[in-house]
Design a protein around this ligand. Structure first.
Ligand code: UT7
Length: 335
């Protein structure tokens, strides 16, 4: 497949994780779990926890500043800011507006994407098309999450899984054909939202003393069902985007999945017949950071030289909604 110019590519990547490490052993002191259970069932060893007062917008700004510098740009070159988060600083306004303001960007359009852990894939599609439409030059996309504020630290089903972080990318245009983002597929199924949700705090169930007493402002999840659906939609999304782009999996250097559970990743790898050495993993050190997860692991894999200019990189995610999606990239380093 030939994408018409301009192509849209990731010009710079940045990531940020708070300093504080929370180990499995520490969690096991407060809830009925063990390091062994968490490692064998999820692959997670530790996660990062934001400092008190350190908000998703603050983490996003740190990741964004790195991405902008690595893109060889200054903040003034950014003309659109998109954030993906399911743990916004506040319900109103959007986190993207706060990020734009903290970056000192004046009157730049900014909005949030609500696609949970698939947020980065959704932003790639949105940013790609807004750039191609011709109205923008450089789009900042940031996945940022402070899940530690939305986790019930008494619920062992969820509290062992999540962590805080942010990951950012600058998307830009270039005239070289068939580079950067080659194709994208997205999907959703909202028919069973209770699989992974926060029962209260929205307009359907505003905060009351009862919702607070019942811990309804924290994340709840049917892990087993989410697991099954995740493995089904991730493999299918990969196959779909590859077919759409006319690229075979053998040509792909790195498959970069959402970092939720090592067993989910291994199952998808088996379904696709991809060896694990082509799949970067960092969930052992960060846990599931939702919308930050893909840029966090992508940035690390790029820094480690796991893919380079001209390589095909396949990103794939699933998350609450449910939402899912995959993006095929022909990695492009501006020279
Ligand atoms: O970004 C999307 C976010 N969500 C996900 O990715 C979640 C996908 N699902 C998963 O990752 C897995 O389903 C979990 C890691 C959440 C759970 O693994 P599982 O193998 O599906 O375990 P399970 O839920 O079937 O639980 C098995 C047992 C249960 O005990 P019983 O009923 O068999 O006696 C749980 O109560 O393990 C128990 N359990 C725990 N035990 C120790 C659940 N959580 C824990 C825990 N420590 N933290």
């Amino acid at each position: 497949m030939r994408t018409p110019t301009p192509s849209v590519y990731i010009r710079g990547l940045g990531a940020y994780a708070p300093e504080r490490r929370l180990t499995n052993e520490e969690i096991a002191r407060h809830v009925d779990t063990t390091d062994e259970w968490i490692r064998t069932r999820s692959g997670i060893g530790e996660r990062r926890i934001a400092a008190p007062g350190e908000n998703p917008s603050d983490m996003a700004v740190k990741a964004a500043e790195i991405a902008i510098a690595r893109a060889g740009l200054t903040k003034e070159d950014i003309d659109l800011v998109i954030c993906a988060t399911m743990t916004p600083d506040m319900v109103i306004p959007s986190t993207a507006c706060l990020v734009a303001a903290k970056l000192g960007l004046k009157e730049v359009p900014a909005f949030d994407v609500g696609a949970a852990c698939s947020g980065f894939i959704y932003m790639l599609q949105v940013g790609h098309h807004m750039l191609r439409a011709g109205d923008y030059r450089n789009v900042l996309i940031v996945g940022t999450e402070k899940l530690s504020s939305f986790v019930n630290w008494q619920d062992r089903n969820t509290c062992v899984l999540f962590g805080d972080a942010a990951g950012a990318a600058v998307l830009s245009k270039c005239d070289e054909p068939y580079v950067g983002i080659l194709g994208n597929v997205l999907g959703s199924d909202g028919s069973n939202p209770e699989l992974l949700y926060c029962p209260a705090g929205g307009a359907a169930r505003p905060a009351t003393p009862e919702t607070v007493a019942n811990s309804e402002h924290f994340i709840r999840m049917n892990g087993k069902e989410v697991f099954k659906l995740a493995t089904r939609v991730m493999a299918a999304s990969c196959e779909k985007v590859l077919a759409k782009c006319g690229v075979s999996l053998d040509q792909v250097t790195c498959v970069v999945p959402h970092q939720a559970n090592a067993r989910i990743i291994e199952t998808v790898a088996k379904q696709l017949n991809v060896s694990m050495d082509r799949i970067p993993i960092n969930l052992d050190r960060y846990g599931n950071t939702s919308a930050a997860s893909i840029p966090l692991v992508l940035e690390e894999a790029y820094r480690e030289g796991r893919f380079k200019h001209g390589d095909y990189v396949l990103l794939v995610a699933f998350g609450a909604g449910l939402t899912w999606g995959a993006t095929l990239i022909k990695w492009h380093d501006a020279r």
